[in-house]
Write a protein that binds this ligand. Structure first.
Ligand SMILES: C[S@@+](CC[C@H](N)C(=O)[O-])C[C@H]1O[C@@H](n2cnc3c(N)ncnc32)[C@H](O)[C@@H]1O
Length: 324
C-alpha cells in the first residue's frame, strides 16, 4: 500500500503560505534594535542560585549543555539525576519569556538507570511541566571514535522546548542557500513559495557540523567544549539582537561567544572556577577575529540588567517569526 506523503498537504504550512502571499505577519513578530554594544556576564556559581535570582519571563533563549551523571568529571556525578534536573527545568520555565525557547543538548543512555539523559528530561517535561517540545535536532558529525560491538556513534541530539506556541523563530536567518541547479528545480515546484526559495533552504533538523578535534583552533581546554557554529545557529534562529540568552552550564562559555558575535546579551554561570580562564581564551581569539563586535563584560547582574534597560531601543527590523 502506498503511504500518502502528508508534508505537502500540511494545513499549518498552507496557512503560512497564504499569509506570506498576502504579506500578513505572524502574530509573534518582534520589533528589535541592533545595539552598539551587548552585555555579557559569567558568574562562578551553582545554576540554581543563579536561576532563583532571575526575574520571571526575562530570558528569550536558554541554551544549555548539561551534565548527565556519566562520571565524566567531578561535576558529572549525582545521586538522583532527575530530581536535580527537575529543579532547574522548573526554574527555567519560570524565567523564560512568553516568546522564549529552551535548547537542551544530550543523548540517550537507556540501559543505565542511574544516568540522566534526554529521554528522562523529555519524560519529566511531558508529565510535570507545561513546556512544549517543538523539535529534536540531530547534530551529525563525521569525525568520531571507532567501535566494534556497536555502530560507531556519529550524532548527538538537542531538544527545543518552548513556553507557549507564540515562540520566536527566525528561520530566514539560518536558511541554507540552494545550489544553482537545485534552485532552478525548486522554483518549478508550484507547491513551494518562490520568495522563500530565493531566501534559501530550511536547514532541517539534521545538522552536519564537525566536532572539535584535539588540535582545533577553537579549543580552549574545556573537556566537553561545543563548536561555536552549532550554538550560533540556535542563537540566530531562536533569539533576536539585544535579547537575553542564558547558559547556566556555561563550561568554556561557547554560548556567550556566539551571543557576542550575533549581538545578543548573555548571562552565564558555571560552578567550576576554571570557566573564566577558558572564557578569557575564547575572548582573546574573538578580539582578533572578523566576528568581533563591541561588548561590555559585567560583574554583577544589576549592572547587566540596568545596562540593557537604559539602551534606547529604536526598532529597525521586523522579523516574520514563523515561516515555511
Ligand atoms: C557539558 S559542560 C558544558 C560545556 C560547554 N557547552 C562548552 O561548550 O564549553 C557542563 C558544565 O556544567 C558545569 N556544571 C555542572 N553542574 C553545575 C551546576 N550545578 N551549576 C553550574 N554549573 C554546573 C560543569 O562545571 C561543566 O563545565
Amino acid at each position: 500500500m502506498a503511504i500518502h506523503n502528508k508534508s505537502h498537504s500540511n494545513s499549518g504550512l498552507m496557512q503560512l503560505n497564504r499569509m506570506n502571499k498576502d504579506n500578513i505577519k505572524h502574530k509573534t513578530s518582534v520589533d528589535f534594535a541592533v545595539p552598539e554594544r551587548t552585555n555579557c556576564i559569567l558568574l562562578n556559581k551553582d545554576c540554581l542560585d543563579l536561576l532563583k535570582s532571575l526575574p520571571d519571563d526575562s530570558i528569550q533563549l536558554i541554551l544549555i549543555d548539561p551534565p548527565y551523571n556519566l562520571d565524566l568529571a567531578d561535576w558529572d556525578t549525582f545521586d538522583n539525576y532527575i530530581d536535580w534536573a527537575a529543579e532547574w527545568l522548573n526554574e527555567s520555565y519560570r524565567v523564560l519569556a512568553k516568546s522564549g525557547n529552551m535548547v537542551i543538548f544530550g543523548g540517550t543512555q537507556f540501559q543505565d538507570e542511574k544516568s540522566g539523559d534526554l529521554i528522562e528530561i523529555i519524560h519529566y517535561c511531558r508529565h510535570h511541566t507545561k513546556f512544549r517540545l517543538v523539535n529534536t535536532i540531530v547534530w551529525y558529525y563525521k569525525n568520531g571514535m571507532s567501535a566494534h560491538r556497536y555502530f560507531a556513534n556519529r550524532h548527538e541530539e538537542a531538544i527545543w522546548l518552548t513556553k507557549t506556541d507564540g515562540y520566536y523563530f527566525d528561520l530566514d536567518s539560518v536558511r541554507v542557500p540552494y545550489g544553482e541547479k537545485e534552485l532552478e528545480e525548486a522554483l518549478k515546484d508550484k507547491r513551494l513559495n518562490p520568495e522563500s526559495i530565493r531566501k534559501g533552504k530550511n536547514p532541517t533538523n539534521v545538522w552536519e557540523i564537525g566536532r572539535l578535534n584535539g588540535n582545533s583552533l577553537e579549543r580552549v581546554g574545556h573537556p566537553t567544549q561545543k563548536p561555536i557554529e552549532i550554538m550560533r545557529r540556535f542563537v540566530k534562529a531562536l533569539s533576536y539582537p539585544d535579547s537575553i540568552v542564558l547558559d547556566f552550564f556555561a563550561g568554556s562559555g561557547t554560548t556567550g561567544i556566539a551571543c557576542l558575535e550575533e549581538k545578543r546579551n548573555c548571562i552565564m554561570c558555571d560552578k567550576d572556577e576554571h570557566s573564566k580562564i577558558y572564557f578569557d581564551k575564547h575572548i582573546s581569539r574573538l578580539q582578533t577575529s572578523l566576528f568581533y563586535q563591541p561588548f561590555i563584560e559585567c560583574d554583577s547582574l544589576d549592572l547587566f540588567f540596568d545596562g540593557i534597560k537604559k539602551r534606547t531601543k529604536i526598532p529597525q527590523y521586523q522579523v516574520q517569526v514563523v515561516n515555511n
